[in-house]
Write a protein that binds this ligand. Sequence first.
Ligand SMILES: *Cc1c(COP(=O)(O)O)cnc(C)c1O
Length: 348
Amino acid sequence: MIVEEIDLRSDTVTLPKPQMMEAIANATLGDDIMGEDITVNELERKAADLLGMEDAMLVLSGTMANQIAIMGFSTRGQEIILGSESHIYNLEGAAISALSQVQARPIHVENGYFDPELVESSIFRGDIQRAKTALISLENTYNLNLGQIVTLENMKEIQEVAKQYGLPVYLDGARIFNASVELGVQPSVLCKYVDAAQFCLTKGLGCPLGSILVGTKEFIEKAKINRQRLGGGMRQAGIIAAPGIYALENMIDRLKEDNDKAKQLAEKLSSIEGLFINLNDVQTNIISVTILQSEMDADKLINDLKEKRIKVKKIGSKKIRIIVHYLISDDQIDYVVSTFRELLEGKR
Ligand SMILES: *Cc1c(COP(=O)(O)O)cnc(C)c1O
């Protein structure tokens, strides 16, 4: 049987749909640094409304959105509270120190819960020795190897702590819509408890490029200056915005299918001898799989799977990660399960 490649390494591998390529071809373009790309303006308006924020700004990547946000909320020598497994802390090239010249105060986040007491005890008002806390940075869904949901109640608790100390709260919402569809709430509800947020167009939404940063008018004005400083000001950026508009209109609600498929896949895989999955951890479209078999490890499993045209990501010597996205069909899920079973159980 010839099978097409099944790429489960990330939802960033999603390719733009034909409709997105069509939207690019038909987009009306202008100079965005001059504010004249009406396709960009339309996407930014739509995104701001969707997240219930005053204004929005298109940037090239989630990393750029996060770093511009931190530049806006901090000054040199301050401290940012964030999750120890967050993207900002782990996967952005130490940009908070390289660009904003602030340091991280990472805290442990158990099962997507930002403990308000732990957050509060991590806040410093600044003195001769202690760096002043500038910002509390949340992530929802949390942990790119787990995709856990931070609940509305928890976000509210953190906002209350922040208010007490006059601190802003930021949300890295790279996969915010995987959380909102799962919670059954409008995305704007998740932004009620934060001062600014970003989401990625390039993950489950399937766009080729781009992230959106949202916040107050004043915050976005300042963000545009910092985007320019990073060389992120763009000209005919409507070619990025056009698929973004398509995605906001057509790709959000269907993320529930990815979450559901991930849960089904996790359940089936967890019944295979030699694999362990904590099913409580599978809350959205991400699955962390631990290999228990002594004769199998991540490298070998990944190689064996590759021969069967399945790609997964290594996240530890005995751990792999699977992310479900819109290109993965039900038939492919079945094929993935039977292939895992064959590789792990068949040889014994
Ligand atoms: C992917 C991701 C980012 C960064 O997005 P890029 O566009 O790859 O820079 C930031 N935060 C989280 C939680 C992510 O998953």
